[in-house]
Design a protein around this ligand. Structure first.
Ligand SMILES: NC(=O)c1ccc[n+]([C@@H]2O[C@H](COP(=O)([O-])OP(=O)(O)OC[C@H]3O[C@@H](n4cnc5c(N)ncnc54)[C@H](O)[C@@H]3O)[C@@H](O)[C@H]2O)c1
Length: 330
C-alpha cells in the first residue's frame, strides 16, 4: 500500500517507515521537522514532504500525487508536562491538526487511518494489567487530546461509510532499530531508558528518580516497555486489518511491567557503567503502575511483542546511543 506517514521523521514514525519499506509497502514521509530529523529521512531514502499538516493545499496534493491508500498519523506533541503548561498548543496540534488531516483525507477519498494513541488515555487506572475496556480518565491535556481524537474517530466512522481506523494505545515505546541504522532523538529527552543511558555515558550528571515509596516491590514506578520495531509491526498488521464499520482499539504493550530500578540496573549491566541516581519525592500525575493486557492485540492482529525483556530493548538503544552521543547530529 501507499502509506502517508505523518510524523515520519520522528522516533516511532521513522521506525515504522523502515518496517513498511521492508514489508514491501511504499511509505511517504510528511513532517514539518518541528520535532523530527531530516537526517533520518536521508537514511531511510523514501519520498518526503517537509510541510505542516495544516497546509491543506500541500497535504491534499501529497495524498493525490502519491495515490495514498492509508494515513498513519504519528504527528503530535507528546510531553505530558509541556501539555500542562501549554494546553492550547497541545489541543491545536494534537486535535485540530488531526481534524484537518481527516478533512483532507475525506476530500481526496483516502479512507484508512491508523492513529497513535496512548496509555495516557487511561490516566491512573484502578487495575493492571490494563484492558481496552478500562475507564478512560486521562490526567493531562496530552492524554485528553488523544482521547478527544479517539472520540472524533468514533463519530467519523459512523458518519462516513467508507472510513476505517485503528487507534493504537502505546505503552512506553523504547529501543532503537536492531540493525543500528536509526534511533531515538527527542529534544528534550524525558524517557527513562535514553535518559539513563545518557547518565551512564556521562552526558548528564545524574538520573532524577521521582518517588521511591510507591506500593510496588522496590518502591519505584512500574511501566511496560515495548520495542519500537514491535510497535511498528503492529501498525502494519492493523493497517492490513482495517474495515469500514469496524473500529479497532488496541493496547500495544508486552504485558510485563518493570520498575524504574530494574531499568536502571539493566542499563548498568548493558553499558558496564554505574548510573548516578538522585532520589526525590513523587511527581504529580505519575501513575503507580502501567502495563498492558495485550491479549486483544493478539486476537485481532495475531501480533505479540517479540522483545519482552528490557535487556534486548536496552541493548538496541545502547548500540545506537553509544555511536550517536549527539543523536542524529553526531
Ligand atoms: N514515545 C512514546 O513512548 C509514545 C507513547 C505513546 C504514544 N506516543 C505517540 O506516538 C506518536 C509519535 O511519538 P514520537 O515519540 O515518535 O514523537 P516525535 O516527536 O519523535 O515524532 C512526532 C513527529 O511529528 C512531527 N510533527 C508534529 N506536529 C506536526 C505537524 N503539525 N505537521 C507535520 N509534522 C508534525 C514532528 O516534527 C515529529 O517528527 C505521538 O503521536 C505520540 O503522542 C508516543
Amino acid at each position: 500500500m501507499n502509506v502517508l506517514v505523518a510524523g515520519g521523521a520522528g522516533y516511532i514514525g521513522s521506525h515504522t517507515v523502515k518496517r513498511l519499506k521492508e514489508a514491501g509497502h511504499a511509505p511517504v514521509i510528511y513532517d514539518n521537522l518541528s520535532r523530527g530529523h531530516q537526517q533520518v529521512v536521508e537514511i531511510l531514502k523514501v519520498p518526503a514532504v517537509f510541510s505542516d499538516l495544516n497546509d491543506r493545499t500541500k497535504l491534499t496534493q501529497t495524498l493525490r500525487d502519491h495515490k495514498i491508500d492509508c494515513v498513519m498519523h504519528f504527528a503530535a506533541y507528546a510531553y505530558v508536562g509541556e501539555s500542562v503548561e501549554k494546553p492550547l498548543m497541545y489541543y491545536w496540534n494534537n486535535v485540530a491538526t488531526t481534524i484537518a488531516v481527516l478533512q483532507c483525507m475525506q476530500e481526496v477519498g483516502v479512507s484508512r487511518f491508523v492513529f497513535s494513541s496512548t496509555c495516557a488515555t487511561y490516566g491512573d487506572p484502578e487495575r493492571v494489567p490494563i484492558t481496552e475496556d478500562e475507564p478512560k480518565r486521562p490526567v493531562s491535556p496530552y492524554g485528553r487530546s488523544k482521547l478527544m481524537v479517539e472520540q472524533i474517530l468514533a463519530d467519523q466512522i459512523i458518519a462516513n461509510k467508507n472510513f476505517s481506523f485503528a487507534a493504537l494505545r502505546y505503552f512506553n515505546a523504547s529501543g532503537c532499530a536492531l540493525d543500528g541504522t536509526i534511533g531515538e532523538d527527542h529534544d528534550p529527552e524525558t524517557h527513562l531508558i535514553p535518559v539513563t543511558i545518557q547518565v551512564a555515558m556521562g552526558l548528564r550528571p545524574a538520573l532524577q528518580l521521582f518517588g521511591t515509596d510507591y506500593p510496588t516491590p522496590d518502591g519505584t514506578n512500574v511501566r511496560d516497555y515495548i520495542h519500537v520495531e514491535d510497535l511498528a509491526d503492529a501498525h502494519i498488521l492493523a493497517m492490513e486489518k482495517l474495515k469500514p464499520d469496524e473500529p479497532i482499539y488496541l493496547n500495544l504493550g508486552t504485558g510485563r511491567g518493570f520498575s524504574n530500578r530494574e531499568i536502571i540496573a539493566t542499563v548498568e549491566k548493558v553499558t558496564g557503567k554505574k548510573v548516578a541516581v538522585e532520589e526525590g519525592p513523587r511527581r504529580a500525575g505519575d501513575a503507580v503502575a502501567l502495563y498492558a493486557d495485550p491479549s486483544k492485540a493478539r486476537q485481532v492482529l495475531g501480533w505479540e511483542a517479540k522483545h519482552k525483556d528490557p535487556e534486548t530493548i536496552i541493548r538496541s538503544a545502547w548500540n545506537w546511543f553509544s555511536k550517536h552521543p549527539k543523536g542524529y547530529k553526531g
